[in-house]
Design a protein around this ligand. Sequence first.
Ligand SMILES: Nc1ncnc2c1ncn2[C@@H]1O[C@H](COP(=O)(O)OP(=O)(O)OP(=O)(O)O)[C@@H](O)[C@H]1O
Ligand SMILES: [Mg+2]
Length: 262
Amino acid sequence: MKATRADNPADPVISLRAVTAELGARPVLRGIDLTVHRGEVVALLGANGSGKSTAVRTVIGQVPVTGGEIELFGTPRRRFRDWARVGYVPQRTTAAGGVPATVTEVVSSGRLSRARFGVLRKADREAVHRALEHVGMADRAKDSVNALSGGQHQRVLIARALASDPELLIMDEPMAGVDLASQEVLATTLREQVAAGASVLLVLHELGPLEPLIDRAVVLRDGCVVHDGPPPAAVGQHALPGHDHVHPHTADVGPVRTGLLS
Ligand SMILES: Nc1ncnc2c1ncn2[C@@H]1O[C@H](COP(=O)(O)OP(=O)(O)OP(=O)(O)O)[C@@H](O)[C@H]1O
Ligand SMILES: [Mg+2]
């Protein structure tokens, strides 16, 4: 276990109880319970628009909750400050922004929380390099992220999350847009993280190459938990309860960017 604090090892790393959230005055989470214990790999599944991203974004404080309780490592989220212990890969971010950063800069930003006085030392630079090697992007270290494909960009975001050697990884569809060969690489990386004691919350549409790693699946439907237990067999997005073959997001309210990382 990488934990250095005196937290109670029996405390879950993530605990949501009866959490409700609204976006654009619409209830999006309608009282969800979600627990990730230490060393556990939990998949969060559900149809498009069921609230998966919203749920993980409440955990990292990007979406305000209207009710319920959230704890990280046994600490109420409002009082939690130790973000170096958490690695987060957002869903479909755009690199967009004025200054084109290099791959190394983006991944290094994931290390700043560990760096003293914001200065990266040798150990930090090595951690950045290791993270890039893990995702097979070390040879692109000096390139601008604008010169990357969608899948390569996603791999860089995963490297950024790994760079701080987090105890808890939260990944929102990390496999989206990543080809099969890279998915295998990421599955191996994740396996190593878990073997080293990391806990993982993964938003997924399909278990795919990650399936052997998943301890438990929580399925959302319409902002409610409809399953919490062993991963449902043959989980493709079409096998999930509530999959309705539509891809909302585009028409209605239009998500507001809170912009923590994008
Ligand atoms: N900023 C926002 N303002 C208003 N409604 C939003 C906002 N963000 C998301 N929603 C709505 O909240 C609901 C849940 O969205 P969320 O992104 O959590 O779903 P998801 O399960 O992650 O879906 P997907 O599989 O498409 O990523 C959707 O109906 C969506 O339209
Ligand atoms: Mg989502």
